[in-house]
Design a binder for this molecule. Structure first.
Ligand code: FMN
Length: 203
């Protein structure tokens, strides 16, 4: 029963050469992401994950203007900056980006309502975001996209929330860049299963 699921998660890889060649309509892709986010579990079902999908010119502006603009402020020398921009150009060549936020307002509410676990909710929020990310990433892969996960949100979060009028309680956790796959994933080493999963007892 689980083989289709295992095949899907094994096929999900980090793909960097991506293009804008069409696969799904924006509306269909949005539905896929909505479903992935909807069914991702969260601590106490707090549903603190929020998602913004950037298509077309908005995707291009994120990778060609916003990220380089923020990088420029923190990267000390021209050579490192130029390398950073090479990378952002690669992401800009893709079709779109899913931005994953966590809403601090929801987390604060949980901390007040379930005081016993107040110090745990920030960490559980991060876990919940990861779960939404992996569902979305795998769903996109099943639809024929390639995708890779980026983390420029600490630099770009404030500019993005301002640009799109998002609540200032939104914290940008990750960017899932997607597009038509134009290359394959790198070979990936695996640790022995027995090193990562141990069993005790028997049924
Ligand atoms: C929590 C997390 C953070 C990651 N951050 C980045 C990142 O910032 N940039 C990047 O190119 N890949 C990032 N990756 C992708 C990993 O490098 C990649 O998943 C790993 O090497 C395994 O390769 P695979 O995705 O092809 O299975 C991240 C993955 C995870 C799970």
């Amino acid at each position: 029963m689980s083989s289709a699921f295992i095949s899907a998660i094994a096929a999900r890889r980090s793909i960097y050469p991506l293009s804008k060649k069409a696969i799904l309509s924006d509306a269909k892709l949005t539905t896929v992401i909505q479903e992935a986010v909807k069914h991702a579990p969260s601590s106490f079902n707090m549903m603190s994950s929020r998602v913004v999908i950037l298509f077309g010119a908005e995707h291009d502006a994120y990778w060609n203007d916003i990220v380089p603009g923020e990088l420029k402020k923190v990267v000390p020398d021209e050579e490192t900056f130029a390398k950073g921009v090479e990378r952002t150009k690669m992401f800009g060549a893709a079709a779109g980006t899913v931005l994953f936020f966590e809403d601090g307002k929801v987390i604060k509410g949980m901390q007040e309502n379930v005081a016993l676990y107040a110090d745990r909710f920030p960490q559980w929020s991060e876990h919940g975001s990861g779960m939404a990310q992996i569902y979305a990433w795998t769903a996109l892969e099943l639809e024929g996209y390639g995708a890779n996960l980026q983390h420029y949100g600490n630099l770009t979060g404030p500019a993005v929330t301002k640009k799109y009028g998002l609540p200032d309680t939104y914290s940008l956790k990750a960017e899932l860049v997607f597009g038509h796959p134009e290359g394959s994933a790198k070979e990936k080493p695996f640790l022995p299963d027995a090193e990562r999963v141990k069993t005790f007892g028997s049924s």
